[in-house]
Design a binder for this molecule. Structure first.
Ligand code: PRP
Length: 205
């Protein structure tokens, strides 16, 4: 049995579609229910649905053998896993964004709201700019509007959330897309099953 950790939410839909296209679809998984674990006994696959930012935690600890996770999460958390493939879906960028017209006058540490503190710190360390991180877990775009921060570091996909909240991209830090990852010992002991899945994903990537 191979366990695969999959992200719920927006990235989830394109990931499930890709898996279905290579014969790893799981009936019931996309239905509107609260079930978090699905099994396809015939195929020998268990699907575990988790928060996108938790996928690599399950894989690193071996609670899942493989997973599909955004590169943004890998960059932020640096898990000890094998990154086997870029699926080319869930394409987006980690960006700095600010209210339209914002100018950094460098008078005080820049207040940066983000759910990517490590990525943000390393970006500003590279520019030698002092910052204060305001850690948040969602709706990051709100922070500069209500004066909680000067700028945000967040994912931009279509740009709609920024636009609808009067923000604009001021810097693009790095691109991201969904990656197929594996637990290091699972890759050794369940290699045939994992490579079969990898081959299917490669053919569609
Ligand atoms: C992500 C991200 C932005 C939005 C960007 O949020 O944090 O808010 O998507 O997408 P867009 O450029 O297509 O508008 P998510 O939907 O994951 O929700 P969150 O606010 O709870 O983090």
């Amino acid at each position: 049995m191979i366990s695969i950790a999959l992200p719920k939410g927006r990235l989830g839909s394109s990931v499930y579609a890709r898996l279905a296209a290579i014969g790893y679809g799981c009936p019931g998984m996309e239905e509107d229910n609260r079930k978090l674990i699905f099994e396809d006994g015939e195929k020998g696959v268990r699907y575990i649905l988790v928060k996108p930012s938790d996928v690599a935690v399950y894989v690193e600890h071996g609670a899942a053998d493989v997973g599909i996770v955004g590169y943004d999460v890998l960059l932020e958390t640096d898990p000890d896993v094998f990154e086997l493939l870029d699926l080319g879906i869930g394409v987006c960028s980690i960006c700095v964004a600010a209210p339209v017209g914002f100018e950094d006058l460098h008078q005080a540490p820049l207040r940066v709201a983000t759910k990517y503190p490590r990525t943000a710190k390393s970006h500003y360390a590279g520019k030698n700019r002092a910052i204060e991180i305001i850690p948040l877990h969602g709706s990051i775009e709100l922070a500069p509007i209500v004066g909680l921060s000067d700028v945000i570091v967040d994912i931009v996909e279509t740009g709609t959330t920024l636009k609808e909240n009067g923000l604009e991209v001021t810097e693009r830090i790095v691109g991201s897309s969904a990656r197929f990852i594996a637990n290091k010992s699972s890759y050794q002991f369940k290699r045939a099953g994992i490579e079969a899945m990898l081959a299917g994903l490669e053919a569609e990537a």
